[in-house]
Write a protein that binds this ligand. Structure first.
Ligand code: GP9
Ligand code: MN
Length: 665
């Protein structure tokens, strides 16, 4: 027989278990579900941190701490409901992920049609083994039923209420104050367990992940699912508050006046001989990863780095002083500039921050003109939030990693050669060519992505003394990308599409190789600060017209923002009702190309801002001599360039396009 003190101890344990066991079981079961969820994602390169269980338990405590404040008899019910709700969220995320490679975020819920587009596919996204997510709920329901029946029977026998006052005394023993203290402790402990490791990662291997915000999956890799959703709600509200801030009448009329002037320019351009010269032709734009201008026409050890691009230049327009204007949104910024003709924001990526705002985009404008529009990129569709943004931009479809056969695995994904081959196979598939004609195809390559290391079998360039340096690897991967480009053009010629298509190629941004010495080693001479600025900011732009017309080297500065207006001009689609900030490159002379950094380039002047961004501390160059000149020579253009950037920022952040359109006289 147990001694008196033993029985007291047992009673204590019994009481403690009665009060807290359901909560502990809840934490364990939900952590297991989150682990099962992660396993079911089969996400490439997302390994989760070693402290993922700690973060999971912490975030579960943060969402469930309040349960401990409830009287014991309500806890079971609250925990069951919370379990049901969280399981629903986890499972909805899993099904959504199986289709989109992303989680359900607030902007996705707000975007009409996004979740609904799962449509008929939903059945194929649900597997029998998913029942594991719900086993505990079924068991709980059975236990609950059993308990209720037992109580009813007992009640009938004893003719007492469901909870006798004695029962209640035992179950409700912790005072309101104790329960409150317990729940606060759970909240504090949960917060520490959740935020602590995340903060630590943010300071070590995951630095900048919340600022860069390039991919929900890489955030999830750090935060786990529940904290990711918490962050997503915070992020959404922050952006919404920013975008709902009042725009003054003055700002609005300044913006309206800017676009009225732009639209007047567009009206005048309609009479140019180039307007509509290629009406109805297909359009193909190729955005090449990290393709910089300094390699064009250059050799190493007597071998051309970009022989195919160099050959194409003979029949095409080559813009020698063409700038990437990207910011922190890198590839997605280049895409925005090219297809939406607005500047990227000073921080983050517009694709991630405002995928639901209104834009005049090249695919949507061409779609309205009867074009079949597709984006091609052999990587995860959710990277840079592309699938959500592309849906808003009006693409008919987005051919992404899931649509390609990985028959040439290189670096992050598929090699450019196979990427182009499979993309054109798709474009020219029988039975569908009529549906896809005329087409607009936007292709984003990936092989020449940092850190540029190619497998030996693809290294065809002898980089001599640069071998095994990052610069050598970079040249090697650009040489490969150029060869892929050559194959693409050859294939288009073979398919009879070359003469039917406006063809553009450009680089998205620099290579992130920032050391001046690396470029000096390659060029074999010392370079000035101005030259270095041009090397880091210039990417090549090549425009091939179907009849080889207007071939030549164009020196006037230009930028990615000018691509959409140029294409629309050549197709004869007026932009006089559109909100585009670029200029048609065939008719505008004396352009000013503004970079996101605040630098700008004109044919006679280049301005490079200082670190502190005070105008006077920047440098103004006279391009005819390459020397520094009086800062005041850049003053007027500087003010104009600042105004351009601020108008673009307002248009995007405050979602002004529809407002401006509706208030237009
Ligand atoms: C991935 C690719 C790379 O889809 O666009 O993006 P980046 O790192 O160059 O911005
Ligand atoms: Mn890129």
């Amino acid at each position: 027989m147990p001694k008196f003190s033993d029985s007291l101890l047992l009673e204590h344990i019994n009481k403690w278990l009665q009060r807290y066991l359901p909560y502990l079981l809840f934490l364990i079961i939900m952590t297991l579900k989150l682990k099962f969820f992660h396993h079911e994602l089969h996400a490439r390169n997302i390994d989760m941190s070693r402290l993922d269980n700690v973060i999971a338990i912490g975030s579960l405590m943060v969402v469930s701490f309040w349960v401990l404040w409830l009287p014991v008899r309500f806890r079971m019910m609250a925990l069951s409901l919370l379990n049901l709700l969280l399981t629903g969220i986890i499972y909805a995320d899993l099904v959504y992920y199986r289709y989109f490679g992303d989680f359900i975020t607030v902007p996705v819920l707000m975007q009409t049609g996004q979740v609904g587009s799962l449509g008929d596919s939903i059945r194929s996204l649900i597997y029998i083994r998913d029942l594991w997510f719900f086993v505990d709920i079924v068991l709980l329901a059975l236990i609950g039923l059993f308990l209720v029946v037992r109580l009813i029977v007992k009640n009938r026998k004893n003719r007492t209420s469901l909870y006798s006052s004695k029962d209640r005394q035992v179950q409700d023993l912790p005072s309101v104050r104790n329960r409150f203290v317990n729940s606060v402790l759970a909240l504090v402990l949960g917060t520490v367990l959740c935020i602590g490791p995340i903060q630590y990662y943010n300071k070590t291997w995951a630095t900048g992940i919340f600022e860069g915000n390039w991919w929900n999956m890489s955030l999830y890799n750090v935060t786990g699912l529940l904290a990711f959703h918490g962050y997503d709600v915070y992020r959404y509200n922050k952006e919404r508050m920013a975008s709902q801030a009042a725009v003054s009448d003055e700002e609005l009329s300044e913006t309206a006046a800017y676009f009225t002037a732009k639209q007047e320019e567009a009206k005048a351009a309609v009479s140019a001989e180039t307007f509509g010269k290629y009406k109805g032709k297909n359009v193909m734009i190729v955005q090449v990863e990290a393709f910089m201008n300094f390699v064009i026409g250059k050799e190493i050890g007597g071998e051309e780095i970009t022989p195919h691009f160099n050959r194409l230049m003979k029949d095409s327009l080559y813009f020698k002083n063409f700038y990437h204007q990207t910011g922190q949104g890198r590839t997605s910024d280049a895409d925005l500039l090219t297809n939406i003709s607005l500047y990227p924001l000073p921080t983050g990526s517009v694709f991630v921050r405002y995928p639901d705002h209104a834009y005049d985009s090249l695919p949507s404008i061409l779609g309205n003109e009867g074009y079949y529009t597709s984006a091609f990129h052999a990587y995860e569709s959710s990277f840079w939030n592309r699938y959500a943004m592309y849906n808003n931009m009006g693409y008919d479809e987005f051919i992404n990693r899931n649509n390609y056969i990985m028959d040439e695995p290189v670096g992050w994904s598929l090699g450019d050669k196979s990427f182009f081959k499979q993309s054109v196979d798709y474009l020219t598939e029988e039975n569908t060519t009529t549906k896809k004609s005329p087409f607009y195809s936007f292709m984003i390559t990936l092989t020449s992505h940092h850190p540029y290391v190619l497998p030996d079998s693809l290294q065809e360039l002898d980089t001599g003394p640069l071998t095994s340096t990052m610069m050598g690897d970079y040249l090697q991967s650009i040489h490969y990308a150029d060869a892929a480009l050559g194959e693409l053009v050859e294939r288009l010629e073979k398919e009879g599409l070359w003469e039917e298509t406006l063809f553009l190629v450009y680089g998205d941004h620099d290579s992130s190789i920032k050391e001046k010495a690396d470029y000096e080693a390659f060029l074999g001479r010392s370079i000035s600060d101005l030259e270095m600025h041009q090397i880091m900011n210039q990417v090549p732009l090549l425009l091939h017209l179907p009849d080889d017309d207007k071939a030549g080297v164009y020196l006037e500065p230009a930028g990615q923002i000018d691509i959409t207006p140029t294409v629309l001009h050549l197709l004869g689609i007026s932009t006089d009702q559109r909100y585009l900030m670029g200029s048609d490159l065939l008719n505008t002379k004396k352009r000013m190309t503004v970079l996101r950094t605040g630098a700008f380039a004109k044919s006679d002047l280049v301005y490079i801002p200082s670190e502190d961004h005070l105008f006077e501390n920047g440098t103004c160059y006279d391009t005819s001599t390459g020397d520094k000149t009086d800062i005041n020579a850049c003053k007027e253009s500087y003010e104009k360039s600042e105004m351009e950037l601020s108008i673009s920022d307002k248009l995007i952040t405050y979602n002004l396009i529809n407002k401006l359109r509706s208030t237009k006289p």
